[in-house]
Design a protein around this ligand. Structure first.
Ligand code: HEC
Ligand code: HEC
Length: 244
């Protein structure tokens, strides 16, 4: 059945080319066009700043993530995953249609713009206010312990091995989680745990999250949301030097 095989190859090829991760020949993102999309929207897609904030720092009241300073390749992958329904936005039910309403080049442009925004400490979650959004702040020290060491007895691996010092991310695959919005972090960890977010390569985050308790999730989110990106000096390669 040569036709069927050809058809399958074509389908797989099309899937690969839309999975984002900017095929080698793809032109790089144009951040100034990305900024226009972010501020004004494009076609029927509303301006991103309405929900993600004008500095792209996210919003706890809406449950939106910070995009500023996030790894470009990771953002592209998420837009591709939303467009193909590999990830569903069950928080506001908009990101799937937003991603589908843009061309792949628009994804690259907007990813280039937000990832290039400077890392800022202002505008991060105010933990004493999260009660307003139905959440309780956790224990920072316990969260830090979990982030650095995991809990082998409960088969929880240390998060930093993939997410880097203080969660500043290891591009292209591992997103920045340090300095991310508290409510968003808590939501995503619950989604991985429940299996309702399923776009993690090889199910890696679902395996990590399945043994986390609600308290663990609060604790690690409390640590991460307030973790500074930090500087790892040349003379200080050991991770303990770089985390506080
Ligand atoms: C109406 C509100 C709304 C608008 C407008 C919006 N977003 Fe979102 N976005 C969300 C929400 C809510 C989530 C979190 C979904 C979830 O909880 O899984 C999200 C998640 C994302 C993520 C995933 C980030 C991560 O860390 O995984 C990306 C990337 C993103 N949005 C980009 C954009 C871009 C680019 C635009 C503009 C073209 C945009 N969004 C417009 C509400 C919005
Ligand atoms: C073996 C590697 C690995 C380990 C260990 C790991 N993660 Fe992840 N994590 C990932 C990958 C890969 C993704 C991105 C998934 C995707 O492509 O959508 C991710 C995504 C996330 C996200 C979603 C980020 C966003 O912007 O939506 C959060 C939150 C997160 N991880 C928290 C943690 C926490 C907390 C721990 C430790 C308890 C941990 N991770 C351990 C690999 C890992």
């Amino acid at each position: 059945m040569p036709h069927l095989r050809l058809l399958l190859l074509a389908v797989v090829g099309a899937a690969l080319s839309t999975t984002g991760l900017a095929g080698e020949a793809a032109p790089p993102g144009n951040p100034s066009h990305g900024q226009r999309i972010f501020m004004n929207g494009i076609n029927r897609v509303p301006a991103c700043h309405n929900c993600h904030g004008k500095d792209a720092m996210g919003d706890d009241a809406l449950g939106t993530p910070r995009l500023a300073g996030q790894a470009e390749a990771y953002i592209l992958k998420q837009l591709g995953d939303f467009a193909a329904n590999r990830r569903e936005d069950k928080t506001m039910f908009v990101m799937n249609s937003n991603a589908r309403g843009m061309r792949e080049q628009d994804w690259r442009d907007v990813a280039a713009y937000v990832s290039g925004l400077e890392y800022r400490r202002v505008g991060l979650s105010k933990l004493e206010k999260v009660k307003e959004y139905g959440e309780t702040m956790g224990l920072r020290q316990r969260g830090r312990q979990l982030f650095l060491h995991g809990d082998p007895a409960r088969e929880i691996p240390p998060c930093y091995t993939c997410h880097g010092y203080n969660g500043r991310g290891l591009p292209p695959a591992y997103p920045m989680t340090g300095g991310q919005r508290f409510v968003y972090l808590v939501n995503q960890l619950h989604k991985w745990r429940a299996g309702s977010r399923r776009n993690d390569p090889e199910g890696v985050m679902r395996r990590v999250a399945k043994n986390l308790t609600h308290q663990d999730i609060r604790d690690v989110a409390t640590f991460l949301t307030s973790a500074p990106r930090g500087r790892c000096e040349e003379s200080c390669r050991q991770f303990l030097c770089c985390v506080w």
